[in-house]
Design a protein around this ligand. Structure first.
Ligand code: NAD
Length: 456
């Protein structure tokens, strides 16, 4: 197997030859990536099923379509994105060309997580290619089947001089990170992000960190409860709750909770039938270790299981579960749940909910379900901070390529999707192209200075 150093040298040589810079090269690689997606859909679905028992609909929506749409969006818009942005000028620069030029960063590293193992590697790659970079991809070793498929397909479709897949777990990634990259794009846990930042600091490498956290869902005021229950349940139990933007906990009044619970029960029955374990639409927990962590969390938590709670270690299954009477000090509120367990905390007022959200780390997403006329949506938007925000639904805000996707504070730094990915992997070079005219005016700035004054 080729050493990390050799892989990076090969990519750096290609980058220095400037082969990745012409628009036509970038477009041809994006078209090849599109072919990879279109010609291998069956294998992709099979790998995602092996790794996470992803229901076909969820896999198509959240992995295949997300990537395909982003590629097509980049292909359609790249010729505009690469245009210089001309900026305003002053008297002294009136005759000059002053513009922002986007240039590629170089050889970038993309490290993915296991929960959307294809999307989390390929979406950043779209931006890296669009911006004219070479890239090393490091998919998660936990989602083994998808990791192997990416390692097989990427060299078949993309330039091997410019793009490479490196496989391996924590140790291999730590070794990979000893090398110098021009940007590191990391998706994963906050704990590992600290090691990534430390490794990046050695080479002063800029980083994008796409992390997790606990995404609150605040329900307030008059609501269409059946619709709210369906949207909430869909966002929470999609991919068996293993989404970085899944609603992590619910905040609502006692009255709302009492009508929400039967509505959630009904929504879940409608989604997964009387036995969710038998439903092909309910995913599985990625590994037995992750399953044990979730069951331990549920076991240690205060509160009462109001819906679900059933599980099977052999199948790595946990039923869609709702826990009520949860306190802020309970185990379920101490870490990101990242599974199909939804705690509900009751609050007395909107202000109490906002305060609870604000005394915790800034989340990756914040959801508010409320009747618009109650103005609570804009109140929460104004008085809180989060990576993204969506009212009266969950997760869907991340499907729109026009919106930047990323965290703030402990939920991450930087953003991507659509043009934002292109910007993340570009350096914005401020350029001033001057001619030789007006030298007489320049005389005013050359020493000997007149009286130290700037007035010409
Ligand atoms: P993880 O941090 O364990 O692993 C992510 C990647 O880091 C993998 O490729 C892994 O091989 C590598 N890695 C693991 N240990 C390492 C180490 N010590 N040194 C260097 N690299 C190492 O994360 P995970 O469990 O795969 O992902 C779950 C987390 O990711 C959750 O917190 C979730 O919210 C977050 N997440 C965020 C987003 C987002 O877009 N913001 C998306 C998906 C997941």
């Amino acid at each position: 197997m080729e050493s990390h150093g050799k892989v990076i040298d090969r990519l750096r040589t290609a980058f220095r030859s400037r082969v990745t810079v012409p628009l036509e090269f970038r477009l041809s690689q994006l078209r090849s990536l599109l072919s990879l997606m279109e010609e291998n859909e069956a294998q992709i679905l099979e790998a995602l099923h092996k790794d996470l028992a992803k229901p076909k609909f969820e896999a198509v929506l959240s992995e295949i379509e997300m990537v395909v749409n982003d590629i097509c969006y980049a292909i359609d818009n790249l010729k505009y994105w690469v245009q210089p942005d001309y900026v305003g000028k002053n008297l002294a620069t009136k005759l000059d060309d002053c513009f922002v030029h986007r240039e590629p960063l170089g050889v970038v590293l993309i490290i993915g997580a296991w929960n959307y193992p294809l999307q989390l590697v390929l979406l950043p790659l779209v931006g890296a290619i669009a911006a004219g970079n070479c890239a090393v991809l490091k998919p998660s070793e936990i989602s083994q089947a998808t990791e192997a498929l990416l390692a097989e397909l990427i060299p078949k479709y993309l330039s091997q001089e410019c793009f490479s897949v490196v496989c391996g777990g924590a140790e291999a990634t730590a070794r990979l990170l000893e090398n110098r990259f021009d940007h590191i794009f990391y998706t994963g846990s906050q704990a590992v992000a600290r090691s990534v930042l430390q490794a990046a600091a050695v080479h002063l490498t800029p980083v994008t960190l796409e992390l997790g956290g606990k995404c609150p869902c605040l329900l307030y005021g008059q609501l269409d409860i059946p619709a709210a229950a369906k949207r909430l349940a869909w966002a929470k139990y999609f991919n068996a709750g293993q989404s970085c933007v899944a609603p992590d906990y619910v905040l609502c009044s006692r009255q709302v909770r009492d009508v929400l619970l039967p509505a959630l029960q009904q929504a879940l029955h409608h989604f997964y039938g009387p036995q969710p374990q038998r439903s092909v639409d309910m995913g599985r927990i990625v590994t037995e270790r992750h399953w044990s962590r979730l069951m331990d969390l549920l076991g240690r938590s205060g509160g009462r299981v109001a819906i679900g709670g059933e599980s099977s270690r052999e199948e790595r299954y946990i039923a869609p579960t709702v826990v009520v009477d949860v306190q802020e000090s309970d185990a379920l509120m101490q870490e990101e749940i990242f599974g199909p367990i939804l705690p509900i905390l009751t609050i007395e007022s909107l202000e109490e909910g906002i305060e609870l959200i604000n005394r915790r780390e800034k989340p990756l997403a914040l959801y508010v379900f409320s009747d618009e006329s109650k103005v609570s949506v804009s109140t929460v938007l104004e008085k809180t901070s989060s990576g993204g925000f969506c009212s009266n639904d969950g997760i869907v805000h991340m499907t729109l390529p026009g919106l930047p996707f990323g965290g703030v504070g402990a939920s991450g730094m930087g953003s991507y999707h659509g043009r934002w990915s292109f910007e993340t992997f570009s350096h914005r070079r401020g350029c001033m192209l001057r001619g030789w005219g007006l030298e007489k005016i320049n005389v005013l700035r050359y020493p000997p200075y007149r009286d130290g004054s700037l007035s010409w």
